[in-house]
Design a binder for this molecule. Structure first.
Ligand SMILES: NC(=O)NCCC(=O)O
Ligand SMILES: [Zn+2]
Ligand SMILES: [Zn+2]
Length: 475
């Protein structure tokens, strides 16, 4: 069976051109003019782009005493409805749990996926067992490890643990990802605000100021450089963290930054809202920032110092947020965004002239496919690539509302935002997964995508370090 997407304009990260796209089975068989197939998808007036890849989600994740409500089924269906065809989710072992046991838990969760997915593995302790198990994790196709520099007493790791584990990443050709916030300072500031009686969601923002993120970003960059690994900094939300990344890149370090669609479009005033529920629903870490940080993040995407737009989709219901009614430190951290990332990014990015269409494709799909070693299987409109494609109607409009969303969450942090530019059809490995308002993809059709390590980067960094290492003077 073949399918042809006819009459559209193909947009990739580097080109825009009129072409049909022929799909045979799960992959792209031809890109050109006058193609025909058994099934025709009409793309007249539409852009045909690689499906989005969201590299930062927390589906059915136990966290802060509760579990996120979007599981792999509802989460990936929400993603498909918004033009995202792949997610990379965080596998987070319980304290003391073996990495491979945790992976088995996440494998079970992943069985519900309607779209393709992959994992990052969190490291929240360091010992011989973890050291050895990292090899098995990489052999399983999970080549990125996540380190939380915050969440003291729970997931947080210290510098010695990170450094040892980053060195192991270097040996394995794996890449570390960091949540960059100084967890000791956050914990102290949280205690301070509770002690002086500022117990509401506004204190969440007060206790996590931008410099706390900037310091941790700088520290993680230094540790990665000393260990000889590339580094990916998740949810880069503010000027100090972005400055750290810019400085590192200007010095030739392979450091990547990932702003979230929330940080690009929403600001800290949300936490000052008089309605407690409204403010608490927006509690996530790092918090939304003052507006001038947004301009800086957009500039990073424009200039290439930031490469990827993600969501950190971590959906807690209002009732779960209310666990922190008397104590903001108990509000589960996390917001939604999977189905809104692409429409909001298009509306606030392409429609305002902040991003070109090619830049949109780059930051929503192709760049992360390259960074995670998924390219060109994912993130490309090219012969042989998986047919993960979005047929994007730039004239279609909607106003975001929790009432009509696919996600299981009972509110939406983008509520009321009018979007112009939406998926008409989303294809996942050649199958029509979403069409004009309806998700057609079934639970369980999503596949786990194993990824290869990055030995070339590790080798290049190692070689350069040898080249530039301090040398004994022969006398
Ligand atoms: N971001 C957030 O607030 N929740 C999810 C966990 C994390 O990524 O820090
Ligand atoms: Zn985080
Ligand atoms: Zn996260």
């Amino acid at each position: 069976m073949s399918l042809v997407i006819k009459g559209g304009t193909v947009v990739t990260a580097d080109r825009t051109f009129a072409a049909d796209v022929l799909i045979e089975g799960e992959t792209i068989a031809a890109v050109g003019s006058g193609l025909s197939g058994d099934t025709v998808v009409d793309a007249a007036g539409c852009f045909v782009m690689p499906g989005g890849i969201d590299p930062h989600t927390h589906l059915e994740m136990p966290f802060m005493g509760t579990t996120t409500v979007d599981d792999y089924e509802t989460g990936t269906k929400a993603a498909l409805s918004g033009g995202t065809t792949m997610v990379v989710d965080f596998c987070i072992p319980n304290h003391g749990q073996s990495l491979m046991d945790a992976m088995a838990d996440w494998d079970r969760r992943g069985e519900g996926a309607a779209a393709d997915y992959s994992f990052h593995m969190a490291i929240s302790e360091w010992n011989e067992r973890v050291n050895e198990e990292m090899t098995k994790v990489v052999a399983r196709g999970v080549t990125t490890f996540k380190y939380f520099m915050a969440y003291k007493g729970a997931l947080m790791v210290d510098d010695a643990q990170m450094f040892a584990s980053f060195q192991r990443c270097a040996e394995l050709g794996a890449m570390p990802l960091v949540h960059a916030e100084n967890g000791d300072v956050v914990a102290a500031l949280q205690q301070h605000y509770m002690a002086i009686g500022i117990t509401g969601p506004e204190a969440h923002a007060y206790s996590r100021p931008p410099d706390v993120e900037g310091e941790a970003a700088n520290r993680a960059i230094m540790l990665a450089d000393q260990a000889g690994v590339p580094l990916y900094i998740v949810h880069t939300s503010c000027i100090p963290a972005h400055e750290a990344i810019k400085r590192a890149r200007a010095l030739g370090k392979r450091v990547y930054g990932e702003p979230l669609i929330q940080h690009l479009t929403l600001d800290e005033s949300e936490y000052f809202h008089p309605d407690w529920d409204h403010a608490a629903r927006r509690v996530m870490s790092p918090p939304f920032r003052a507006k001038h940080h947004q301009d800086d993040l957009w500039a990073g995407l424009q200039s290439g110092s930031l490469q990827v737009v993600a969501t950190d989709h971590c959906a807690f219901m209002t009732d779960q947020k209310r666990f922190g009614r008397e104590d903001f430190t108990k509000i589960p951290n996390g917001t939604g965004g999977l189905e809104d990332r692409m429409p909001v990014l298009w509306t606030k990015g392409v429609n305002t002239g902040r991003l070109t269409m090619q830049e949109f494709v780059a930051v929503s799909s192709t760049n992360i496919a390259k960074i995670l070693n998924l390219y060109p299987r994912k993130g490309a409109i090219a012969v042989g690539a998986d047919a993960d494609i979005v047929v994007w109607d730039p004239k279609a409009t909607k106003t975001i509302s929790a009432k009509t969303q696919k996600s299981a969450i009972d509110y939406n942090v983008f509520e009321g935002i009018s979007c112009e530019g939406l998926p008409r059809v989303t294809l996942s490995r050649g199958e029509i997964a979403y069409k004009e308002g309806e998700v057609l993809a079934k639970r369980g059709r999503g596949k786990f995508i194993a990824r290869e390590p990055f030995p070339a980067v590790a080798k290049a960094i190692k070689r350069w370090k040898q080249e530039t290492a301090p040398k004994k003077i022969a006398r």
